[in-house]
Write a protein that binds this ligand. Structure first.
Ligand SMILES: Cc1cc2nc3c(=O)[nH]c(=O)nc-3n(C[C@H](O)[C@H](O)[C@H](O)COP(=O)(O)O)c2cc1C
Length: 206
């Protein structure tokens, strides 16, 4: 209800010819039936109130084409995946915790993004999810280091979904009311951040 009110207010500020921002969501694992994909779908439902959205899953990344180390000689299939993913105004990464870090496949994906400009001055938000008690705090903060290296603008509100199998419902979100409010706040604020950063980018380019 609160979110819907905010959306109506927000849309009043968009002139009729102004496009909503496009946010791409990356489900950052190739594991079938992953919680990251379920969380991505839930997050998409909320972001879609203020932005155009599309989910990408690393299940669809052409990993078989990079076996043997194709650095500097990126296969067309990977270029295509990357170009499609990067054609957005902002990005939400949904990242699970694997062995105290983020999934190795996410690093493979990251190492094949065009250098240096793929994420430069692009707004990025992060959600972590894990079976354990720390809710993927470690992988989110580790991945933030990589985002900073590639000069992305990181949205300061993050969510760490701990005990994801018990605490999260794909239909209704987080069972803990306080954490759900934080998640709603992050996903309500991020589209505004995307718009603001992109308007700054336009002034810089002009
Ligand atoms: C290879 C692997 C390593 C994992 N390591 C951790 C870990 O270090 N800490 C943790 O809390 N959970 C760990 N888990 C559990 C996952 O965080 C949990 O199942 C999560 O929901 C998996 O996300 P996914 O379904 O998107 O793959 C691990 C799971 C896998 C598959």
């Amino acid at each position: 209800m609160v979110i819907e009110m905010l959306c109506r207010q927000h849309n009043k500020f968009l002139s009729t010819d102004q496009k909503m921002s496009l946010i791409h969501i990356l489900s950052s694992t190739d594991r079938p039936n992953s919680n990251a994909l379920k969380v991505s779908k839930y997050a998409e439902g909320l972001l879609a109130k203020k932005a155009e959205t599309k989910i990408f899953s690393l299940m669809d990344f052409p990993f078989s084409d990079i076996v043997g180390g194709k650095y500097g000689n990126t296969p067309d299939s990977v270029k295509e995946f990357n170009q499609n993913f990067l054609s957005a105004d902002g990005f939400l990464f949904v990242v699970p915790e694997y062995n105290g870090g983020f999934p190795g496949v996410l690093k493979f994906f990251y190492d094949y993004l065009p250098f240096p400009d793929a994420l430069e001055m692009k707004p990025v938000s992060m959600i972590g999810e894990a079976a354990g008690a720390f809710g993927a705090l470690r992988p989110v903060e580790q991945f933030e280091q990589l985002l900073k290296y590639r000069k992305a603008y990181i949205y300061p509100e993050r969510m760490f979904i701990q005990r994801v199998n018990d605490s999260f419902s794909p239909e209704t979100g987080l069972k803990n009311e306080t954490l759900q409010k934080l998640l709603l706040s992050q996903l309500d604020g991020f589209p505004d951040f995307v718009e603001r950063v992109n308007s700054l980018n336009v002034s810089v380019d002009a």
